[in-house]
Design a protein around this ligand. Structure first.
Ligand code: OAD
Length: 237
């Protein structure tokens, strides 16, 4: 059996990270084009560096923790991944590290990671626990101004799409959690699963792609997922 889980901003909402579309098109009070596009970075790099440094600091704050939804997914993955004839893969659109902090390994971050930076010259990726900006020398080329957040911005290609497509093509159970169904290609993942795949959507409300799922579970991820995971584990011998 092959299971694919897709998560979006909704899974981290109960941990205190704001979702995108609940905010009137603003991301933490900024227009997304300002802070999440190559054009925005070119126009005002200082603002963009500051924005991601703030997001990183928020993520590292001691009170910000994985919630019961992240814990439930990690439990499902860790319980099932050692079973024979079973694969379970987690693809996230989130740039936070809350899945990993809950114990999930090998998370496919299709929109990048807040705790990483990338050299624009060589493409090399580095962990970045600290703030960085245009004055920070790049660890590989030693040049200032070459580092950028390792985040997929609007107009850029998401990471790991080939991997995602090949996982979806063989998927028997697809669970989509806390994602609005507005941003492609993630919104079309559900329609890339085989006809006999069972598809479950978990969200506070219906989405533009809800009709493609066999089951829609309405509720907060932190409340709904522990029960859903128990049910799945009961159903799988
Ligand atoms: P959105 O902010 O678009 O949508 C969040 C979804 O989560 C909505 O459908 C909410 O109803 C749902 N939701 C909110 N709280 C929830 C909860 N506690 N439990 C369950 N569901 C909840 O976020 P995404 O769909 O992840 O891209 O957005 C996709 C991408 O658009 C993001 O990765 C980001 C953004 O632009 C980039 O940064 C490249």
């Amino acid at each position: 059996m092959n299971i694919v889980i897709l998560t979006g901003a909704g899974i981290s909402a109960e941990s205190g990270i704001k979702t995108f579309r609940d905010n009137g098109g603003l991301w933490e009070n900024h227009r997304v084009e300002e802070v999440a596009s190559p054009e925005g970075f070119k126009a005002n790099p200082d603002l963009v560096y500051r924005f991601y440094n703030d997001r990183r600091r928020q993520l590292l704050a001691p009170e910000l923790k994985p919630n019961d939804g992240h814990e439930a997914i990690a439990h499902l993955i860790n319980t099932l991944s050692s079973k024979e004839n079973m694969t379970i893969q987690l693809i996230t659109q989130n740039v936070d590290n809350l899945h990993e902090r809950a114990g999930a390994k090998d998370v496919w971050h299709m929109h990048g990671e807040l705790m990483k930076m990338r050299c624009q010259e060589t493409g090399e990726v580095f962990e970045s626990l600290e703030s960085f900006d245009a004055t920070t020398p790049c660890p590989c080329c030693q040049q200032q101004g070459n580092l950028r957040p390792h985040i997929v911005w609007f107009g850029e290609h998401p990471f790991y799409l080939d991997k995602a497509f090949s996982l979806l093509a063989l998927c028997d159970l697809f669970i989509s959690i806390g994602t609005s169904g507005h941003v492609y290609p993630a919104a079309q993942f559900v329609s890339m699963t085989p006809d006999d795949c069972h598809r479950i959507e978990v969200n506070l409300e219906g989405t533009p792609v809800s009709h493609n799922f066999n089951e829609h579970i309405t509720g907060a991820a932190g409340v709904v997922l522990p029960k859903l995971v128990q049910r799945i584990l009961k159903d799988i011998p």
